[in-house]
Design a protein around this ligand. Structure first.
Ligand code: ADP
Ligand code: NA
Length: 330
């Protein structure tokens, strides 16, 4: 393929993806499979950097894959796989670990945030080195671009640094990847506190739209979203973060531009916007839930899709690892 290659991963978190994951990441992955040679994975190796329950991890991994397929990833248009099915990730990560300085790894700000949540002493060494596993994830596929949110930019810089260091020391081996920063418009905020982003860890249940929740409960959350005491429906993230968030969700899910939405709700109250948006969200989540359930109800099909994906991924990964090992002197 002469299309640029992209590689991206998503954690197999408990329960379902939320609307932020979908609009901010997964939906853009679906679009990229049409224009890029796309590799997408469920990063279960990353999931064990914090304590996990084995049964839950394997269930969550399949659930994540089922949701990615339900969202529109097509195994004929992209390579979809589970990270642990491709042992080369851990193998290349070791080489990259040995190329990284302690101080360099310590400067990764995500580790500081994540380890602070667990108590710095109890955080695992795996959590400390997870950005280096991410480096291996990317370099294994010789990815040209990595679709990430702004918060991951530092890890792409590390990837570029290590790739250049390896190439300089051992000879041209790795493609130097570029970040493909996901659109800011895809950023979704908490429905109850629009000053924070919608997130599994920080949102309260009422502020978070989980895609697999009962659609009726989801409609209720949309209708009780926090807005402001004004009445004009206008996109203004500074003064009207709640309304702007609702307009952003509405626009991304329907493809209707924000100026057109502002016009439609001219002279109408917030309630009208919320009621219509509740319908829009329900119209999205209802078939999404059904499709996810279909994959979960048919484990043989799901397993076979993931086995084929791993086979395609391994063909590329094994080639890169073999070259790398040769250069290192193995
Ligand atoms: P969470 O913050 O809920 O733990 P993750 O960090 O696992 O979610 O995010 C997975 C992907 O979803 C990332 O690519 C991230 O950029 C995207 N994402 C998460 N929350 C949001 C949000 N509120 N708006 C837009 N994108 C988001
Ligand atoms: Na996050």
């Amino acid at each position: 393929s002469d299309r640029p290659r992209v590689l991206s991963g998503i954690q197999p978190t408990a329960g379902s993806f939320h609307l932020g994951n979908y609009l901010g990441a997964v939906r853009q992955w679906v679009a990229l499979q049409e224009t890029h040679d796309a590799f997408y994975m469920v990063v279960d190796l990353h999931a064990i950097t914090v304590p996990q329950d084995p049964k839950e991890l394997s269930a969550n991994t399949r659930l994540a894959a089922a949701q990615l397929l339900a969202a529109g990833l097509d195994p004929d248009r992209c390579t979809l796989f589970v990270q642990s099915h491709v042992p080369e990730h851990a193998q290349l990560a070791w080489v990259m670990n040995c190329l990284t300085g302690m101080g360099e790894a310590g400067r990764m700000t995500q580790f500081k945030d994540k380890s602070a949540r667990q108590g710095a002493d109890r955080a695992s060494v795996g959590l400390f080195t997870y950005p280096i596993l991410q480096v291996a994830d990317i370099l294994l596929y010789q990815a040209d671009e990595v679709p990430v949110g702004e918060d991951q930019r530092q890890h792409i810089e590390l990837t570029r640094d290590l790739a250049e260091r390896f190439n300089g020391r051992f000879g041209e081996t790795f493609t130097i990847p570029k970040p493909h920063i996901l659109k800011e418009t895809g950023k979704i905020y908490d429905l109850q506190d629009p000053s924070i982003k919608m997130s599994k860890s920080a949102s309260t249940p009422k502020g978070l739209i989980n895609l697999l929740d009962d659609p009726k409960a989801t409609a209720k959350k949309v209708k009780s979203a926090v807005t402001d005491t004004d009445t004009v429906v206008r996109y203004d993230t500074e003064n009207k973060p709640g309304i702007s968030n609702l307009l952003g969700i509405y626009s991304t899910l329907t493809g209707i531009g924000i100026p057109e939405l502002e016009q439609r709700y001219e002279g109408k109250l917030y309630g009208a916007l919320k009621t219509d948006l509740a319908d829009v969200v329900v119209d999205f989540v209802t078939p999404f839930r059904d499709r996810t359930q279909q994959y979960l109800d048919d484990p043989e099909t799901l397993d076979s899709i993931l086995a084929k994906g791993a086979e395609k991924a391994r063909a590329v990964a094994a080639e890169t690892l073999s070259q790398t090992y040769g250069r290192v002197g193995f």
